[in-house]
Write a protein that binds this ligand. Structure first.
Ligand code: G6P
Length: 608
């Protein structure tokens, strides 16, 4: 949510910052801005409403130069998208400029105190109090870095802040609390970003700031100190091996379809070196906690959005293969629950970005309980990967489209491996699942080969404004995810439901204007789900069946049918999900929506 880029160097950095903002655009895209300080300490503040391309156009006409720059792409929280609400924000004297991610909860209180002291405000944002409060303290004590520290002491809430000023035009000041921020070094260029993936095309040498770190960055030195006790610390740089594929759309028209099509490769990468042809499981990231893992007696999975749905599949998988009970919780609910937790519990946090505020809060909630904290995370080096005891990376590569697709496929694959790792005995099902995981990439390729058929289906149903998705067991979370995908990118109402629960309410919605997507796979529950399908048919609801079972009898009972490759029920989830992702994609495409950047959504939700 919102993206920050900062630059200090010996070259003109305007293009670097615009390029970084472009990489961050998926975090927020309602407005953006850039502040450039040139060698004569003159400032150029350029803001624009809309996507980064508009900002780039505006900057091109002005052609500014500068070696000290901050930029921001916004996802509105306080105040509508507008030029005055766009960052960078500045003080009344126009010499302190700030970009901010997060939420300042006590901004109204600070704002009113500053107004009493004669300060004027031009935006509706919480962020604007920051440059003005720094200004206030600076005028009292004459040190910019100390003024920033005093300001941070007054703020309640979360922040990642990057500040530049003509008072000290050779420095970038940064700080974080509960919102990510990293520093990247590339010779005589130093970058700051709220997401390492936005700068890894410039440098792989990254330092992750911790909460309460305040850094004063000049080309000569990076000084880090702790905001609370003022003690100096240092910026520890590490090499991040992150693929930079996000900048390369290749021949694809947008990232969502590119990422859906990466699913086979994503499964291959997730199992590579972890599942041998002889079905041995090796999850290197768990080696250090191996003995602890062998003694857990309860698992709590936490996540948000699509990652939460992956967790629901994880529950079925782990309970199928181990005797460990699993509960799945939404990060936003778990953190406020009075949950009794023992030391033998294991908390597994699932997150694509590794930065979701509610998931982080759930991990922090159990930090003093002595429980084992694991992460299933895609973004390398992200906050969740650093605050958990151990974990397994998804290795899906950067996911740029706001609606998560390939990351979900990777999460479920990793959860399958984890379920096998936790299995106490090797059953027939164990061999079946490991065998199926090895075959999964080709089966997903076959579904991708049905894209034209799914596009035609989306075209046929485009007039409908409501959809129900139903399934049982593994197909229940898939129904939830299929409905979520459709509503995220198409803005039509879509509800996911357990097929068995459908009679307890949603069936009241069914008529000829309300189609149902039924997911029924070969196995014990096929017939039961078909009974639910018939109940919908009796009420005149249009039906699309997605199945891997060639049941001749069903053909005449449904309006449309999609066959996907046959597989065991545990891996059918990924195969069917790809079909549902394609349906949502083509639906949105036909509606002409901005597929990669759906309205009101953000890729990474770093505020509560
Ligand atoms: C946002 C995104 C979703 C994502 C969810 C959780 O809502 O738009 O696609 O599933 O956050 O994000 P995480 O990064 O924790 O998986």
């Amino acid at each position: 949510m919102c993206g920050i880029i900062g630059y200090i160097g010996t070259d003109n950095g305007v293009d670097y910052v615009l390029d970084g903002l472009k990489n961050l655009e998926y975090r927020g895209y309602d407005s953006s801005g850039i502040c450039i300080i040139n060698s004569s300490s003159q400032t150029n503040l350029i803001k624009q409403v809309g996507g980064i391309d508009k900002l780039v156009q505006k900057v091109k006409t002005i052609r500014p130069n500068g070696k000290l720059i901050i930029g921001h792409t916004r996802w509105a929280t306080h105040g509508k998208p507008s030029i005055s609400n766009a960052h960078p924000h500045f003080n009344n004297d126009h010499n302190i400029f700030v970009v901010h991610n997060g939420i300042i909860e006590n901004y109204l209180e600070i704002k009113s105190k500053l107004i009493d002291r004669g300060y004027k405000f031009v935006s509706e944002t919480d962020s604007e109090v920051i440059p003005n409060l720094v200004d206030f303290y600076y005028k009292k004590i004459g040190s910019l870095s100390e003024a920033l520290r005093m300001t941070l002491d007054d703020l309640r809430g979360t922040y990642a802040i990057c500040l530049v000023s003509t008072i000290e035009p050779d420095k970038l000041f940064v700080s974080r609390l509960g919102s990510p921020l990293v520093i990247g070094k590339a010779g005589n260029k130093i970058f700051v970003s709220s997401d390492p993936s936005a700068i890894t095309n410039r440098t792989k040498s990254i330092s992750f700031l911790n909460d309460y770190d305040v850094a004063q960055i000049s080309l000569k030195k990076i000084k880090v100190f702790n905001q609370k006790d003022n003690k100096p610390s240092f910026a520890k740089f590490e090499i991040i091996n992150q693929r930079n594929e996000q900048n390369n759309l290749g021949d694809w028209p947008n990232y969502m379809i590119k990422e859906i099509n990466q699913a086979p490769e994503v499964v291959e990468l997730a199992i590579k070196g972890r599942l041998s042809p002889k079905h041995q499981i090796k999850l290197g990231g768990l080696d250090d906690v191996s003995s602890q893992l062998d003694h857990i007696d309860r698992i709590i999975i936490v996540g948000c959005g699509t990652s939460y749905y992956a967790g629901l599949i994880g529950e079925y998988l782990i309970e199928e293969f181990s005797d460990i009970p699993v509960e799945v919780e939404l990060g936003s609910e778990f953190k406020y629950k009075n949950e009794p937790i023992s030391r033998s519990t294991c908390l597994i946090a699932i997150s694509q970005s590794g930065e979701t505020a509610d998931t982080i809060a759930a991990i922090n909630k159990v930090k003093d309980f002595g429980v084992l904290k694991l992460g299933i995370v895609n973004s390398i080096g992200s906050t969740i990967s650093r605050i958990t005891d151990a974990g397994v990376y998804c290795h899906a590569g950067n996911e740029k489209s706001v609606a998560s697709t390939k990351a979900f496929i990777a999460q479920v694959t990793v959860l399958s491996l984890l379920a096998l790792r936790l299995a106490k005995i090797r059953t027939k099902s164990f061999d079946n699942l490991s065998e199926e995981l090895l075959k999964l990439p080709d089966k997903i390729r076959a579904v991708l080969g049905q894209s034209d058929q799914i596009q035609k289906l989306a075209h046929k149903y485009i007039k409908y404004k409501n959809f129900l998705f139903i399934g049982r067991k593994y197909n229940y979370p898939i129904a939830l995810e299929g409905a979520l995908k459709l509503k995220e990118v198409s803005y039509v109402h879509a509800e996911g439901y357990s097929a068995g629960e459908m009679k307890h309410g949603p069936i009241a919605l069914i008529d000829k204007t309300f189609p149902t997507i039924v997911i029924a796979t070969k196995g014990d529950l096929y017939k039961k789900t078909i009974s639910n399908l018939l109940e919908i048919r009796s009420r005149g609801g249009p039906i699309v069946l997605i199945t891997n079972f060639k049941d001749q009898k069903i053909k005449n009972m449904v309006d449309d049918l999609i066959y996907v490759p046959e597989s065991h029920e545990e891996t059918a989830t990924q195969i069917i999900t790809v079909a549902l992702q394609l349906f949502a994609y083509y639906f949105s495409l036909e509606l002409g929506n901005n597929i990669d950047k759906p309205r009101n959504l953000a890729k990474s939700v770093t505020v509560e």
